[in-house]
Ligand binder design. Structure first.
Ligand code: CLF
Ligand code: SF4
Length: 565
């Protein structure tokens, strides 16, 4: 299952008006066994992607602490890779077309080389030798991992023998999932993603034209009903075995936007650990049904509105980069070109477990330092009162990551967006009062605390090309962070500085190489002081565009016929 799909299109719709608590819970089956979202225990409010070791049982922390998708904090430090061993798929989604082979495009379902399990394992070992912080191997397409069970499980089996410290992860549409839960458990696959876009077949028939089920093609509402039944059953079976599950949902404005709140509740009740709500990627040149019919993706604030409306339900992942099925590296970077099969043949590969452990111990030290810096920044503002203010801050970060402000504005291909201010703790439970109608997120909201929380990322085109600033790129960069009050960078030239200021975004270059949360909190303290002194007036910001990768429209060979069934 490719983990699915969009550049922003303007016109905001009613999603922005969504309010938490608006959707009644579906009649969901109780979880077969509680996942982290319901088993954190007393005082363990947050156990989602932003949680830490104090927020969840030790055995769960051990599973997520160095998985870049399951821990927001880990994604600044640890890398994942995908191997494209699974070309076939057993359903059709209206946002999917796997025929492109374009290395400049970053979106799910796109790969440069299909691999055999043997080639895949060789590649993983080569990458693990070169990138010691690569901790997770995922199989995420370009079709569906479980529509290619032999290739998927052969890869996992061989890799486990050769590199036992690498975590195994797979992504599926869920149709075949109940048939393979035992196999998943047998190979110690600890993390499974199911893409669930609906729990109501009336919504599903707008997303899935057909499924291939019991040797025949099934269409319409019947197909969607079978799919949702299988997805829910598979999720319950995984939860019962203690396998961590993440649910990916593609937000399709006008199709499943409000419905995703119901999906959130349904998957939480079945023990899902995380819910990742992603924007639809949909352009006519992709050749997908939605691309060709003009179905647009959401804007940045529309996406955030749906995510925020799920507060109190299943914990949200907000740092997904909608990876290619052959991505390599930190989330947000792609080093797959460094590891093509011909390059691997020339490498001297030494799988040195001790070297990997030593490197990862250093990463943990850096992580502790990041925590300490954030706590120190919070302590500095401990006497401040909650005035309800919260702002978005865009941070230019280098692709080498590390959670620091360390990139020149002109070299940025991705901004990380942090919300700063008095915020609800992420993942806090909201239990409805005894006897009250059970509605999503009902019950008293938890107390807000001063915090800096990662809320997303925005891809942009490089401003600096060939040593010079490309001024025509500036408007699109400004549009991508137009909802932010400030942008933190290591350095910025005069021209982009002026352009940002004219747009009402403050360029800040005084926190070079500092940890992001500390820098954002310090800037926020200064911002409030300037407002208090009358130097500034706090103004609300507008919406921003979501851009997904630099698509060039270069279509290559079609995937072979096994890509469809
Ligand atoms: Fe890959 Fe997916 Fe595993 Fe991560 S990706 S199979 S859980 S290792 Fe991660 Fe990529 Fe988003 Fe997927 S950023 S598309 S959520
Ligand atoms: Fe994934 Fe198959 Fe859907 Fe494409 S059609 S997004 S490969 S499940």
């Amino acid at each position: 299952m490719m983990e699915a799909s969009s550049p922003a299109h303007a016109a905001p719709t009613g999603i922005g008006q969504l309010k938490p608590l608006s959707i009644p819970i579906a009649a969901a089956t109780p979880a077969a066994a509680a996942g982290c979202g319901t088993s954190g225990g007393a005082g363990k409010a947050s156990c989602g992607s932003s949680g830490g070791p104090d927020d969840m049982p030790t055995e769960i922390w051990e599973k997520v602490k160095n998985h870049p998708c399951y821990s927001e904090e880990a994604h600044h430090h640890y890398a994942r890779m995908h191997v494209a061993v699974a070309p076939a798929c057993n359903i059709q989604c209206n946002y999917c077309n796997r025929k492109y082979d374009c290395s400049n495009e970053s979106r799910p379902g796109v790969v440069s080389q299909k691999l055999t399990p043997e080639q895949a394992v060789k590649k993983v070992v080569a990458v693990a030798s070169e990138i010691p912080q690569m901790t997770v191997l995922g199989i995420a397409g370009p079709g569906d991992a479980l529509a290619n069970p032999k290739k998927t499980f052969d890869t996992f089996r061989m890799l486990q023998e050769q590199a036992p410290d690498i975590k195994l992860c797979l992504s599926t549409n869920g149709l075949a999932l109940p048939d393979y839960v035992d196999e998943i458990a047998k190979y110690n696959v600890d993390h499974v993603t199911i893409t669930i876009n609906m729990v109501d077949a009336a919504v599903g028939e707008k997303i899935y034209p057909w499924i291939f089920w019991q040797h025949k093609r099934v269409t319409g509402r019947e197909a969607a009903q079978i799919l949702t039944d299988r997805q829910m059953l598979g999720l319950e079976m995984l939860t019962a075995r203690g396998i961590l599950t993440k649910i990916n949902s593609v937000l399709i404005p006008g199709v499943n936007d409000e419905h995703l709140i119901e999906v959130n509740r349904a998957v939480k009740s079945r023990g899902a650990f995380l819910h990742n709500i992603m924007p639809l990627i949909s352009e006519p040149e992709h050749g997908t049904v939605f691309g060709l019919t003009g179905q647009r993706g959401p804007s940045a604030q529309e996406l955030k509105a749906v995510q925020d409306a799920c507060a109190g339900g299943a914990n949200l992942m907000r740092h997904c980069r909608q990876c290619r099925a052959d991505a390599v590296g930190l989330l947000g970077e792609d080093r797959s070109e460094e590891f093509t099969l011909d390059k691997i043949e020339e490498m001297e590969v030494v799988y040195d477990l001790d070297k990997r452990r030593t490197y990862q111990a250093k990463v943990e030290e850096e992580r502790q330092a990041q925590h300490a810096a954030k706590q120190a920044a919070l302590a500095e503002q401990a006497g401040e009162v909650d005035d309800g203010m919260k702002v978005l801050v865009a941070v230019a970060v280098a692709t080498k990551g590390g959670g620091r402000v360390n990139e020149h504005f002109g070299h940025v291909t991705e901004f990380q967006i942090f919300e700063v201010g008095y915020l609800e703790p992420p993942g806090a439970e909201r239990q409805p009062p005894e006897g009250a109608a059970v509605r999503l997120g009902s019950g008293p909201a938890p107390a807000r605390v001063l915090s800096a929380q990662f809320v997303g990322h925005r891809r942009v085109d490089l401003y600096c090309q060939g040593g010079f600033g490309e001024d025509e790129q500036l408007p699109s960069i400004v549009r991508a962070i137009n909802d932010c009050h400030a942008v933190l960078v290591a350095k910025i030239g005069a021209c982009p500085r002026d352009e940002l200021q004219a747009a009402g975004i403050e360029p800040v270059d005084g926190f070079v190489n500092e940890f992001i949360e500390k820098a954002a909190l310090s800037w926020f303290g200064d911002y409030r002081a300037r407002i208090a002194s009358g130097e500034l007036v706090h103004q609300p910001r507008g919406d921003a565009s979501i851009r997904q990768g630099a698509y060039t429209g270069t279509a290559g060979e079609a995937m072979p016929s096994e890509a469809t069934v």
